[in-house]
Design a protein around this ligand. Structure first.
Ligand code: PLP
Length: 391
């Protein structure tokens, strides 16, 4: 009997789920996987390990990931901005932190108060750091960045001698201490050694000339994830790993047994049975060829699901893959589950482990013509993080 046959219900029946408050979408970050990835990376060399936790640890939670990495033996942390470093210090993390996006207008006093290490790649920045240190009455810990063939950040080889000379003067006057020299590799993803030979030699030249004029760096480093895994000769005193810590494979054509550490889950929020030919979503970009069941997921491109996945990517419900259909909206996605027995509240895996047949960030990245890095760092603020297997 329907309510239209019987009139309005006198009493609304009890909801079976009224007490189970859960976020519409959450990312589950498995710290045991982070630790296993870190161990895998460490096993390739005897160097120190810098865990790169910029951009919210690639969407995995900067503070939580940094704590785990340090707990698992990472000697250093690496971030892009002073604000990221200060957040880690505010959370009580005391490990050395290198910050590499510095210019004279950054909040240098905050960085010095937080005792973080500042990368300098030009004389303007180095003198600003030295002056800020003099004003604050502290010795600034500095690492100099050399460009060894990426033509992005870092001092050119031409200007390197002048930068080192200013650093020597800054050390003599007690304003700075140069604890490291570093560079970044543009093509370590190519397994052939020819991709790193030139940069490695350029870096060795830069280190030698810096030492020759009196700098005594403790750390010399240029290896990222791909270099750590494919070119162990680049490990020097320290490696800096981001992507691989989060399970992203970065060496072309190779798999190094890294595990995704993040699962992105949501749930079926509505479902409807529709006849063949029904236009679905904005622009009616999809219409099923047969009668079918459509389910609504409460996430969209504002949460980091690229709009270009519409009609191309899949989700997993109850161990089975189903297609995302129609246009992806800002907050909503439709999935065609055919005649499957799916119910409101069923768990939906958006990102999981390919070893279990689930899509991962690399699968989305292939479809969206981008990198796993962009997928993971693009997860939106509405996705709630849940940390499991924390040390
Ligand atoms: C300066 C610097 N060093 C190291 C890394 C780590 O590189 P990867 O994520 O490839 O390990 C990055 C970026 O992530 C970086 O910008």
């Amino acid at each position: 009997m329907t309510s239209s046959e019987s009139g309005p219900l006198a009493v609304i029946p009890d909801s079976p789920v009224s007490e189970a408050i859960r976020p519409l979408a959450e990312s589950i970050i498995d710290h045991a996987a982070l630790v296993r990835n870190l161990g895998r990376l460490r096993s390739t060399n005897g160097a120190k390990f810098m865990a790169v936790v910029k951009a919210g640890a690639f969407g995995h939670g900067a503070v939580e990931t940094a704590r785990t990495a340090v707990g698992a033996g990472a000697e250093w942390l690496g971030v892009a901005t002073i604000e990221e470093a200060v957040e880690l210090r505010a959370a009580g993390i005391t490990a050395p932190i290198l910050v590499w996006l510095i210019d004279p207008w950054c909040d240098l006093p905050a960085a010095l108060a937080a005792r973080v290490t500042l990368s300098c790649a030009n004389v303007e920045t180095l003198t600003a750091v030295a002056s800020a240190a003099a004003r604050s009455g502290v010795i600034a810990d500095v690492q100099l960045e050399l460009d060894t063939g990426m033509a992005r950040a870092g001092s050119t080889e031409e200007l390197w001698g002048g930068l080192c000379a200013v650093a020597v003067a800054g050390e003599a006057s007690g304003q700075i201490r140069v604890s490291g020299l570093w560079s970044h590799l543009a093509m370590a993803n190519i397994p052939d050694a020819s991709s790193i030979d030139g940069p490695l030699k350029a870096f060795e030249r830069g280190v030698a000339s810096a030492r020759a004029i009196g700098l005594t760096p403790d750390e010399v480093h240029l290896a990222n994830s791909a270099a750590t895994l494919a070119h162990p000769e680049t490990a020097l005193t320290m490696v800096r790993c981001g992507a691989s810590l989060y399970g992203i494979e970065t060496v072309d054509g190779e798999s190094h047994g890294l595990e995704p550490a993040l699962r992105l889950l949501t749930r079926v929020t509505q479902l409807r049975r529709v006849p063949a030919g029904t236009g679905v979503g904005y622009g009616h970009r999809y219409s099923p060829a047969r009668d079918t069941t459509l389910v609504l997921l409460p996430v969209g491109y504002a949460d980091g699901v690229p709009r270009s996945l519409g009609g191309l990517a899949e989700v997993v419900i109850g161990g089975i893959r189903y297609p995302m259909v129609g246009a992806i909206s800002m907050d909503q996605i439709m999935v065609d589950v055919g005649d499957a027995d799916v119910a409101i509240g069923d768990e939906v895996v958006l990102l999981g482990n390919p070893a279990d047949g689930e899509p991962d960030a690399a699968e989305w990245a292939r479809i969206a013509n981008t990198l796993s890095h962009e997928i993971l760092t693009g997860l939106g603020a509405r996705i709630k993080q849940r940390h499991i297997n924390v040390l």
